[in-house]
Design a protein around this ligand. Structure first.
Ligand code: GLN
Length: 261
C-alpha cells in the first residue's frame, strides 16, 4: 500500500485517516491480486533490500536473499587492501555491489549468462555509486572472462586474476525446482535456480576452473544448499582445494570456502 501511494512506512502510519482516490485503490487491488497468485512483494514493487541496500529486480534476476549476506561478509573479510573480486552469475549484482559499497579500495568483475541480468546489475551498481569499480561481462562462468577480440574496451581490466571468487550459483536439482514454493518456482528465473540433474553442475565448473584465476592466497567462496556441504566440499577437495563450511544465521550450512593448496 505504501508503494502504491508513494508513502513511507512512517507516512502510512501517520496518514491513516486519509481518503485515497479510486485510481490508487485500484492500483493497490491490482498488486494484491498479484500477491494472491504467489508473486512476492519484492517482485511486485520491483526491488528488495540486501545488505542494507535496495536492489532493483527484473524477470532475469533472482531475488537477493538474506542468507547470501554471509558471502558478502566473508568476501569483505578476506579481500586484501585494493583487492579484486570475481562474482560468477551475478544476477542483480547484489554480492559485488554490497562488497564494493563497503570497500572503497576494492574492485570487481561480475559475470552472467543473461544480458538482462547484467542490465539490472549495471543499474544497481550505478544506484549505489560503485559502477566505476565494477566490470560486467556476459558469458558462461569463466567463459565470460575470455578477452574480447581486438583492443581492450574502455574500463576493461587486463588483469584476469582475483583475490576472492564468489558465486551463488543455481544449486537446486532440476527435478526439485517444480516442487518449490510458488513465489520461487513461478517467479524466480529458472536459469537462476536449476543446477542440473543433481544440483551440483555449476560447482563442478567452478571447482575445475577457479585455480587458473586465483591469486596466491586467494579463496573461492560459494553459496550452497543446506544439505550440499559434504558434496561440494568433496568436489573442491578433488580439485586440489582445502575447504571449510560456514553456517548462516539459521545455523545451516551455507557457504563453502576453498583455499588453493
Ligand atoms: N548472485 C545473485 C544472488 O545472489 C544471483 C544468484 C542466482 O541467480 N543464482 O542473488
Amino acid at each position: 500500500v505504501g508503494h502504491a501511494l508513494g508513502f513511507s512506512a512512517l507516512e502510512l502510519a501517520t496518514r491513516e485517516g486519509e481518503i485515497v482516490s479510486g485510481l490508487l485503490t485500484s492500483r493497490v487491488a491490482e498488486m494484491m491480486e498479484r500477491r494472491l497468485i504467489g508473486e512476492s512483494v519484492a517482485r511486485i514493487i520491483g526491488e528488495r533490500e540486501f545488505y542494507g541496500l535496495a536492489f532493483t529486480l527484473n524477470g532475469a534476476t533472482l531475488e537477493p536473499r538474506p542468507e547470501t549476506e554471509l558471502l558478502v561478509d566473508l568476501a569483505i573479510e578476506h579481500l586484501p587492501m585494493g583487492g579484486r573480486l570475481l562474482d560468477l552469475g551475478t544476477g542483480t549484482g547484489c554480492i559485488p555491489v554490497a562488497v564494493l559499497a563497503n570497500r572503497a579500495d576494492a574492485s570487481a568483475v561480475a559475470t552472467d549468462l543473461s544480458a538482462a541480468a547484467l542490465a539490472a546489475a549495471s543499474g544497481n551498481a550505478g544506484r549505489h555509486g560503485v559502477g566505476g569499480r565494477l566490470e560486467l561481462r556476459q558469458g558462461d562462468w569463466f567463459g565470460a572472462l575470455a578477452p574480447h577480440p581486438g583492443p581492450p574496451h574502455e574500463g576493461e581490466g587486463e588483469d584476469r586474476t582475483f583475490d576472492v571468487i564468489v558465486s551463488n550459483p543455481p544449486y537446486i536439482a532440476s527435478a526439485v525446482v517444480d516442487g518449490l514454493a510458488p513465489e520461487v518456482r513461478d517467479f524466480d528465473p529458472r536459469l537462476a535456480l536449476d543446477g542440473g540433474a543433481d544440483g551440483l553442475a555449476p560447482y563442478r565448473v567452478i571447482a575445475a576452473g577457479a585455480g587458473g584465476y586465483l591469486r596466491p592466497g586467494g579463496q573461492v567462496m560459494v553459496e550452497i544448499g543446506y544439505d550440499q556441504g559434504a558434496q561440494v566440499t568433496a568436489l573442491f577437495g578433488a580439485a586440489g582445494f582445502r575447504t571449510e563450511v560456514r553456517q548462516d544465521l539459521n545455523g545451516l550450512d551455507r557457504v563453502v570456502c576453498a583455499h588453493h593448496l
